[in-house]
Design a protein around this ligand. Sequence first.
Ligand code: TYM
Length: 331
Amino acid sequence: KPRIFSGIQPSGGLTLGNYLGALKRFVAEQGRMETVYCLVDQHAITVWQDPDALRRQTRELAAGFIASGIDPAKSILFNQSQVAEHAQLAWIFNCVARMGWMQRMTQWKDKAGKNTQNASLGLLAYPALMAADILVYHATHVPVGEDQKQHVELTRDIANKFNHDYKVDFFPEPEPVIEGAATRVMSLRDGSKKMSKSDPSDMSRINMTDDADAIAQKIRKAKTDPEALPSEAKGLEGRPEARNLVNIYAALADMSVDDVLREVGGKPFSEFKPMLSDLAVDKMAPISTEMARLMQNPDEIDAILRRGAEQAREIAAPILQRTYDIVGMVR
Ligand code: TYM
């Protein structure tokens, strides 16, 4: 039976990259398949998080999901630490996965830096927990941005090795779902870098909490080249900043890149940027207003997450028990 699982870390504010690469697509899947969405607080602490900040960011992320259109009556929405089965299955996967697999992950290499001896053990084991997140629901489809593709592929490897080692056909090999114009939203200051909440420059990203003025200012100042926009996609080659702004436009407008270029081809950025800015404000400002409203009632957010955790556990607990039986753990 098809089932969607995906997660976002409450490790800082949400960006337009998270919205277009993940949240907006999570909403689109709602009602088409069973959908399980998780705030992965245990992943977040693989690098130090201030406890009060983690609490606030977790609630803000929940507000971001709901304000974007995730309906707790249609999707299961919860935080990872409240469903212990994730960490329990992750332990089994720590014993299935190989060190070399983990050390090959590009995110590990980027985040651990040169001094790997001083990175947390959790940061290295991170993808095994991510595999557990997905497989403890027997999820079949995982909508993510480009940057998470390698981790979903590793999840397939773990499922496959588990099935092989224990001679079972138990875990499905989940498909990464990476679709649309904005699966890799780039920095507004540098078209070769991913838009990220950890970039030191706030001008490099649009935050989901930015107001209309901030959004407009960031787009006005976004780096571009001096040429007008091309009328076909191949004209974006070698123009990463132009490509990025067109991709963002297409994703926000639910249009293909070709259709966008048919409309704006030949226009200079001085005309295109105000169009993009109006569109972004139109789509994003109501979400940030709704997030702020939801944040005024944290008890309600916590109650939604608690209910979600109960629903999640109903699926996860029997799958973990069957895993323990397969592995040979006595009940
Ligand atoms: P995280 O929290 O870094 O990002 C959450 C989601 O947002 C996408 N994303 C982007 N998409 C397009 N352009 C960008 N600039 C951009 N930045 C982020 C990410 O690809 C992701 O889909 N390891 C995951 C969280 C996770 C998870 C899981 C995901 C934990 N368990 C199980 C799927 C399934 C992460 O750190 O995402």
